[in-house]
Design a protein around this ligand. Structure first.
Ligand code: TRH
Length: 376
């Protein structure tokens, strides 16, 4: 039996919270499956609020380490080599790290080397999932990495879903959680807002201000709060209206971010991690996809809506929220999306999660390549 006990995950934070958020979830998930994980990251600052205690080593099975140390032979010499390397989102492993581990062929272990890619429902992801990628230069020349694509189908790498997620969700008490967070909920429609700067934001607020049933908007900290403030909304109320109440939230831990999504009737999410959490919440949602300069995100959004069998009203809301082709925001009938959201969750839930698929794949690579690097 080939071991996959020890994992090195590498993360470089480009922007926002998604890179570190996903790597942290993966590290914690693997630790819960009995693995020992080192998370090498260049900017761990968001973990202070996302995963309190993480930087102090209080999460069993995960140690967060500064990226620079991954190139320090003295540090590396004191560590047990890992069985698996994961480079997240195209970050390259430091040459000094590779040189250290590959310095002596005879003693080299054979780590499975995984290139973890961004989540997408586009068809190329299924085609490239699990493909080998030979390393052509540098200290690891002659070694082989493998692509791993998260996704929504059985032929992909699946979605992160901790083994105890369903149980935690079943025991969730919305009223209790809201009270605990100091949110004075009086039965209003609850909406979470985690977004960049959607052009349709003002129009959506106006819809709620005009509606009979009041809406309480729970605004996450950072860019969403700035976008709301830029429209002149203050905590506690809208500018001129009865129908909309705004609460500004502090930064939440990742578990509390999940709770927020479970508590709301509509979740406005952004980026790849929060959209997965919105799917697991099983509530109506609108996804603001991370924008790319060449509009490559349009195809990605359409592929996502296709794989989820999104109805026309969900599609038109997404087009407007993502500012595609100047689409106007339709009048939202969120209750009409409830069954679709639950069915989408159910279909995805029936598939094995990412942690399960990744550990199985790593097991298959390691038993194939044996105790030394396959090409050495
Ligand atoms: O922050 P994001 O916009 O990240 C993005 C995307 O991942 C994108 O693909 C990537 O290329 C870009 O960054 C650089 O959205 P995402 O992916 O949803 O990540 C947000 C994380 O922040 C998620 O793990 C949830 C977490 N979070 C909290 O834990 N507490 C909070 O209060 C908030 C607002 C977020």
């Amino acid at each position: 039996m080939v071991s996959d006990k020890r994992w090195d995950i590498f993360c470089q934070v480009i922007d926002n919270y998604g890179d570190i958020g996903i790597c942290w979830r993966l590290a914690a998930d693997l630790a819960d499956r009995g693995r020992e994980v080192r998370l090498w990251v260049d900017d761990p600052s968001a973990l202070q609020w996302m995963a309190p205690g993480a930087l102090q080593g209080q999460r069993r099975g995960v140690s967060v380490r500064p990226w620079q140390q991954a190139g320090d032979p003295a540090v590396l010499a004191a560590l047990e080599p890992a069985d698996t390397w994961v480079e997240a989102f195209g970050c390259e492993l430091p040459d000094a790290f590779l040189a250290h581990h590959l310095r002596d062929d005879a003693n080299a272990l054979a780590p499975a080397w995984i290139n973890l890619e961004y989540l997408t429902a586009e068809s190329y992801a299924e085609r490239a999932h699990r493909l080998p990628s030979p390393v052509m230069q540098g200290p690891a020349q002659g070694c082989t990495k493998h692509f791993f694509y998260p996704g929504f189908t059985p032929a992909s790498g699946g979605l992160l879903r901790e083994p105890d997620l369903g149980q935690r969700q079943a025991g969730f008490d919305r009223a209790h959680w809201l009270a605990d967070k100091g949110i004075a909920w009086h039965g209003e429609q609850l909406v979470s807002l985690f977004c960049y700067e959607p052009a349709a934001l003002a129009g959506l607020l106006a819809q709620w201000q005009a509606q009979e049933r009041p809406t309480r908007l729970l605004v996450t900290s950072g860019r969403a709060a700035a976008a709301i403030r830029a429209l002149g909304l203050m905590p506690g109320d809208g500018p001129d209206s009865h129908g909309l109440v705004v609460d500004f939230l502090p930064t939440l831990t990742q578990p509390d971010f999940d709770h927020l999504l479970w508590a709301c009737d509509l979740n406005l999410v952004r980026g790849e991690d929060s959209v997965v959490r919105a799917l697991w919440a099983g509530k109506p949602f609108i996804w603001q996809i991370y924008p790319q300069h060449d509009d490559a995100h349009h195809a990605k959004l359409n592929a996502f809506l296709d794989v989820l069998d999104a109805p026309a009203s969900v599609r038109s809301a997404h087009a407007a929220w993502n500012g595609i082709d100047g689409a106007a925001l339709p009048l939202l009938d969120v209750a009409a999306w409830a069954l679709w959201a639950m069915q989408a969750r159910q279909r995805l839930w029936e598939q094995p999660d990412l942690g399960t698929r990744l550990t199985e794949f790593v097991g298959s690579i390691r038993s194939r390549i044996g105790p030394t690097y396959e090409s050495r």
